[in-house]
Design a protein around this ligand. Sequence first.
Ligand SMILES: Cc1cc2nc3c(=O)[nH]c(=O)nc-3n(C[C@H](O)[C@H](O)[C@H](O)COP(=O)(O)OP(=O)(O)OC[C@H]3O[C@@H](n4cnc5c(N)ncnc54)[C@H](O)[C@@H]3O)c2cc1C
Length: 341
Amino acid sequence: MENKKVNIVGWGIAGANIAWHLKERSVEFEVYDSGRNHATRIAAGMINPIGFRRQIKSWQADLLVPYALNFYQQKVDELNANIFRQADIFRVFTDIEEANNWSAREGDDRYAEYMDTPNQNELPDLLEVDFPFGIGRVNGMHHLDTAEFLDLSKSYLEKKGVKFHNHNFDYGDIAPTQMYIFCEGTGMWNNPIFKDLPLNGTHGETIDIVTEKFDFKHVLNKRLYIKPMGHQTYRIGATYNWELKEPIKSPEGIDELKERLEAFTHFKYEIAAHQAGIRPTVKDRRPIIGRDEKYKNAFLFNGLGTKGVMVAPYYANQLCQFIFDNGTLDAEVNLNRFRKD
Ligand SMILES: Cc1cc2nc3c(=O)[nH]c(=O)nc-3n(C[C@H](O)[C@H](O)[C@H](O)COP(=O)(O)OP(=O)(O)OC[C@H]3O[C@@H](n4cnc5c(N)ncnc54)[C@H](O)[C@@H]3O)c2cc1C
């Protein structure tokens, strides 16, 4: 297996993570990408260990977050690009119960390193924001400019001799003498080897707004996020729709985001852009990773769901260890969990 030519199919965050791990191992590879679905390109790119609704750590956060922070920092240093920025997430509480729960978490050793309450003097820029129940803060988090990460990684790897095919991969070309790592997001729905696996897909929309009346360098969150992008531009997201299976930009998506934004802010803004993508989600909310039973040269790296930027680095490494070092895959993410005969 080690000597087979390696092909990565898909250049989203999944494919880019696999590529960097292969490069670290000095494994040669080529990349195919059709540029069809842009889940990664429109992602907020946040690495956030806290789920706000229930105020609990997200799955494997203590493992995934430090690995991801270290991985992206190393890569952006290698790319010499300022595209991985530290930003706290300021959570605007929706009611008194949420505020009380947040205080309780601050006294809990498992959460104290992440969660605290900002002082009043740290909130001077939020004059046009309502927060009657207060604000909590998730500390020390980062966000990646995902579109830049894909583009800069691609040019860097091309300069190192990696060949990129900017078109759809033709499954008829699969050869037993080569290895394929499929990182196709919802493109997997067309993959004859893996299409029966239960990848649902969750549609999401975002808008970019420009405003002179709001100036905040951190991320603000209340039923949506407001993420600074520089030049007075902020990305607002995101919607969740489980019915739409194409990355359609809908007027309803814009209305929903505007309504949620204006429910707690009063600054004037203009909409500069509107994006849509499909998150590759799975019912049990775990990635789907592994090797096909029949086509032993076909591997899958998918199901990164709503947190692909955070989840991909650790599991790309685990998949590479599985392929090249005889390593094992966590049962929770192994695609075999759906193929129990
Ligand atoms: C609005 C929104 C906000 C998000 N915010 C965050 C966030 O803040 N933090 C976070 O961690 N995650 C976030 N996510 C989730 C994250 O974006 C996804 O988990 C991640 O992008 C999935 O990456 P992927 O590489 O698996 O799929 P994709 O990004 O969809 O990439 C798959 C690629 O494969 C290509 N492809 C497919 N089939 C073929 C084929 N046969 N041949 C050639 N190419 C093919 C496609 O063109 C595409 O470029 C967000 C998602 C959305 C939609």
